[in-house]
Design a protein around this ligand. Structure first.
Ligand code: ADP
Ligand code: ADP
Ligand code: ZN
Length: 213
């Protein structure tokens, strides 16, 4: 099973990707999570990416395409994978399709989570993320069992720097300009499946699993 999740910031891509990865025993590949790990570890790539991320801008195509090619080459992706947060530009989509062609594999489903922008501010400003494993929580809709602590790994939960209201607006702007055109791009080769992103986490999970099984 090879999947791509599209959708604006806060649509629930990370949340659904983790559930799908568990259910189908496939790898979740989140460029956002990989970049945040690099920032945390102060690698060269992380130091360079940080200022873009903090401003709500995209990290350069070359960097994220490099990350994805590396990951896809890894043996653990041979059983399948789910891309969450990649591709985000037409150039990324084209590089991905070339890389897949070279590997002689194809994407099974591309799922676009569609949701009204009004919901997203609340989702993003209430989001708590695990510093260790990247698991996502929400202070109202998806709280951890113990405040400030990750259910999965006991890691510390924190609020992402880019989940502040002014940065969120910038990320929406970038989404509309750079990422939304991907819907047309994928529609043309008949791959796009839109699902509604309102409702509870399990409800959306059922919509996706009904679509792909
Ligand atoms: P994305 O990866 O698309 O930016 P996330 O999966 O991180 O989005 O979700 C954003 C926030 O909204 C998180 O705090 C998450 O716990 C919460 N969330 C995700 N899906 C839902 C949902 N269906 N209903 C309510 N809150 C949700
Ligand atoms: P969200 O889940 O809210 O959509 P992500 O965790 O996917 O956010 O991404 C956080 C930040 O990491 C982005 O604002 C951007 O700076 C960078 N980033 C993640 N994925 C990509 C990508 N495919 N291309 C460029 N930048 C990316
Ligand atoms: Zn954790």
């Amino acid at each position: 099973m090879r999947l791509i999740l599209l959708g604006p910031p806060g649509a629930g891509k990370g949340t659904q990707a983790k559930l799908l990865a568990e259910k189908f025993n496939i790898q979740q590949i989140s460029t956002g999570d990989i970049l945040r790990q690099a920032v945390k570890n102060k690698t060269k790539m992380g130091l360079k990416a940080k200022s873009y991320m903090d401003q709500g801008k995209l990290v350069s195509d070359n960097v994220v395409i490099g990350i994805i090619k590396d990951r896809l080459d890894n043996a653990d992706c041979s059983k399948g994978f789910i891309l969450d947060g990649f591709p985000r530009t037409i150039q990324q989509a084209e590089s991905l399709s070339q890389a897949l062609k070279q590997m002689e594999i194809d994407i099974d489903y591309l799922i676009d989570i569609e949701i009204d922008f009004n919901y997203l501010i609340q989702r993003l400003t209430g989001r708590w993320t695990c510093r260790e494993c990247g698991e996502g929580y929400h202070k109202m809709s998806n709280p951890p069992k113990k405040k400030g602590v990750c259910d999965k790994c006991d890691g510390e939960l924190y609020q992402r720097d880019d989940d502040k209201e002014e940065t969120i607006q910038k990320r929406f702007e970038v989404y509309r300009k750079e990422t939304e055109p991907l819907k047309d791009y994928y529609q043309k080769n008949g791959k796009l499946n839109a699902i509604k992103g309102d409702g509870g986490i399990q409800e959306i999970f059922s919509r996706i699993t009904n679509l792909i099984t």
